[in-house]
Write a protein that binds this ligand. Structure first.
Ligand code: GLU
Length: 275
């Protein structure tokens, strides 16, 4: 059965871009007689606000979507640690105590997510208590060999995790990184089609590598275009587009809004990115 998901982080209210993403995932599941899951990605303890999860549910109900909610990330921490431990045992993680500024100064390449970590701590012995844990991507790839993945929108892809470099899998300030948590969760939740915005396209190179290393099932992906502002930048609540909660509380018709988004009729100034 096709299983899609919407996986918002409760760091701030949902906006139209989130609504679009949820609708794409919901409708793909519905067309295929499948399931649409909601997973609250509240792993970032410093930024997560627990009261927002209830708002998210109210927003989805207002859009007249139906979903099945699965466990929030905060309930799955032991799984993340277990997976990190098996990667450590395989010799694929190393502790890194570099600061953001040190990385920015030392990086020679820029990747899809910013400066690519130049591997400064690889082969050193940073104090694990003070460190984040990074994946040794070169070593991991030597184990797995070449990998590929399938995007329903962009077509077949060769996995190129080296573009992102030795990403952090276990953070100093949070129980796990986005990359590790989302890969484990999608597998645990039986997601067959990972539906999300194109801004997370490059992250998939790392997720595909983690699936191979951790022996997880390999889903397909559907990275949809993003809603953008007139300057081409991704829609963001802080730049003034009202949140879904504001629209809902102002009495706007959620079902009509959902239909407008389905038909690509967007409020003035908002459009769908080309790429
Ligand atoms: N939690 C992520 C976000 O809110 C989305 C993760 C995903 O869809 O893979 O940006």
């Amino acid at each position: 059965m096709e299983t899609t998901r919407f996986a918002p982080s409760p760091n701030g209210p949902l906006h139209l871009g989130h609504a679009y993403s949820a609708i794409v995932a919901h409708d793909l599941a519905q067309e295929r007689g499948g399931r649409f899951l909601l997973r609250i990605e509240d792993i970032d303890g410093t930024r997560s606000r627990s009261e927002l999860a209830a708002e998210f549910r109210a927003d989805l109900a207002w859009l007249e979507l139906q979903w099945t909610e699965v466990a929030a990330q905060s309930a799955r921490l032991a799984r993340y640690e277990e997976a990190a431990e098996s990667l450590r045992t395989m010799g694929l993680l190393y502790p890194c105590s570099c600061t953001r500024a040190e990385i920015a100064a030392a990086a020679r390449k820029r990747g899809p997510e910013g400066p690519v970590y130049p591997g400064t701590c690889r082969g050193r012995s940073a104090d694990p208590a003070e460190a984040a844990w990074r994946l040794d991507v070169g070593r991991a790839l030597r184990l797995t060999g070449p990998l590929s993945w399938e995007d329903e929108v962009a077509g077949p892809q060769e996995a190129r995790p080296e573009l992102l470099g030795d990403v952090v899998l276990m953070r100093k300030d949070a129980p796990a990184s986005y990359h590790l948590a989302v890969t484990l969760d999608d597998a645990a939740d039986g997601v067959t089609l990972v539906t999300r915005g194109r801004d997370l396209f490059a992250a998939t190179h790392i997720h595909r590598l983690l699936q191979a290393l951790l022996d997880l099932p390999v889903p397909r992906w559907h990275h949809h275009s993003l809603l953008v502002e007139p300057d081409g930048r991704k829609l963001a609540k802080r730049r003034g587009s009202p949140g879904l909660d504001e629209r809902r509380l102002a009495g706007e018709d959620g079902s009509a809004l959902a239909d407008a988004l389905r038909a690509h009729r967007f409020p003035a100034g908002i459009s769908l990115s080309e790429a």
